[in-house]
Design a protein around this ligand. Structure first.
Ligand code: NAI
Length: 327
């Protein structure tokens, strides 16, 4: 039997946690012959811990053959001990009347503490995916708070945005998502993102021969960028199962390799395409042997550059705000 992979998950009592944990334990993240140990971290409050207990009872009741261990602690250094993968899902949500700066401050506190705990306790090669919003800036904070871990192992989730772009394109072009390659999303996981069809192919043909360019720019781009709000309006709650599914996709492709497929990951910029170095930014990537690489040499249209610049401005302003808090 293979050595189990230790997966730390924060926010297990929440909505995304309730989809994510069961899929990891079922083998969807690492494949059907890879055991996992789940290490859970939620808030120490009795309400949160009681919910975690309930989720653990259900995980037990599934009798998952691949679930080699199930641990829970409200202490980050305990929950992150020797973690090979850390999924940072739990975050402070924006409450009514809360200013953006207050949201950044509240989350900065969480992600400084969790970054430090990862630095102290996690495996030296721990792969970190930040899902909790604002995920790009939270990932940057965690990366800065974990100086002994590899900066390139801190990533944020834009895969849901890529999946949404693929689904919209498939519907519009009346094809299967399996027919689409080279679709990606650049920038921030926010309405400023840039869903990129310029390089996408459908059955090997340019996607924009099958999807009208003005429909793509004027209608599809805002649909993808504002899909999160549309889900909240329709469901009365934010995306959970689709977010969990994207987290599974992100880690699976990072660990097992993407082959020729492009996968969108929020990664620390190496300066590619003029994106300021170190900024946690969504890029089209390929992955191999547990490492990602930004796809190089793409031509960016004026529309692409102008839209990408919005994410840069937004993320630089968030980074400047939280950098002051990190000292
Ligand atoms: P939720 O509110 O249902 O659950 C959040 C959970 O995190 C709760 O159990 C809460 O107790 C826990 N939590 C809060 N602070 C914590 C801390 N310091 N340590 C450990 N646990 C903590 O929220 P949901 O729906 O599960 O969403 C989680 C996050 O994911 C939110 O920030 C949401 O905005 C974000 N999200 C990101 C997406 C993306 O594409 N990047 C997509 C959808 C959601």
């Amino acid at each position: 039997m293979k050595k189990p992979i230790r997966v730390a998950v924060t926010g297990p009592a929440g909505n995304i946690g309730y989809s994510l944990l069961f899929r990891i334990a079922a083998g969807d993240m690492f494949g059907p012959d890879q055991p996992v140990i789940l290490q859970l971290l939620d808030r120490a409050s009795p309400e949160s811990q009681q919910k975690v207990t309930g989720v653990m009872m259900e995980l037990d009741d599934c009798a998952f053959p691949l679930l080699a261990g199930l641990e829970n602690s409200p202490e980050a250094t305990t929950a992150f001990r020797d973690a090979d993968v850390a999924l940072l899902v739990g975050a402070r949500p924006r409450s009514k009347g809360m200013e953006r700066a207050d949201l950044l401050n509240a989350n900065a506190e969480i992600f400084v503490a969790q970054g430090r705990a990862l630095n102290e306790a996690a495996s030296r090669d721990c792969k970190v995916l930040v899902v909790g919003n604002p995920c790009n800036t939270n990932a940057w904070i965690a990366m800065k708070s974990a100086p002994d871990l590899k900066p390139e192992n801190f990533t944020s989730m834009l895969r849901l945005d890529q999946n949404r772009l693929m689904a919209q394109t498939a519907t519009q072009a009346k094809v299967s998502v399996n027919d689409i390659t080279h679709a990606a999303v650049w920038g921030n996981h926010s309405p400023a993102m840039f869903p990129d069809l310029d390089h996408a192919l459908i059955k090997g043909r340019p996607a924009l021969e099958l999807v009208d360019r003005s429909y793509y720019q004027e209608t599809m781009t805002p649909i993808v960028a504002k899909r999160g709000s549309a889900i909240i309006e329709a469901r009365g709650a934010s995306s959970a199962a689709s977010a969990a599914s994207a987290a599974i996709d992100h880690i699976r492709d990072w660990v097992l390799g993407s082959g020729d497929r492009w996968v969108t990951m929020g990664v620390p910029s190496d300066g590619s395409y003029g994106i300021p170095e170190g900024l946690l930014f969504g890029f089209p990537c390929t992955t191999k042997d547990g490492r990602w690489e930004i796809v190089q040499g793409l031509e960016l249209s004026d529309f692409a550059r102008a839209t990408i610049a919005k994410s840069v401005a937004e993320l630089e302003s968030e980074r400047a705000h939280v950098a002051a808090l990190l000292g």
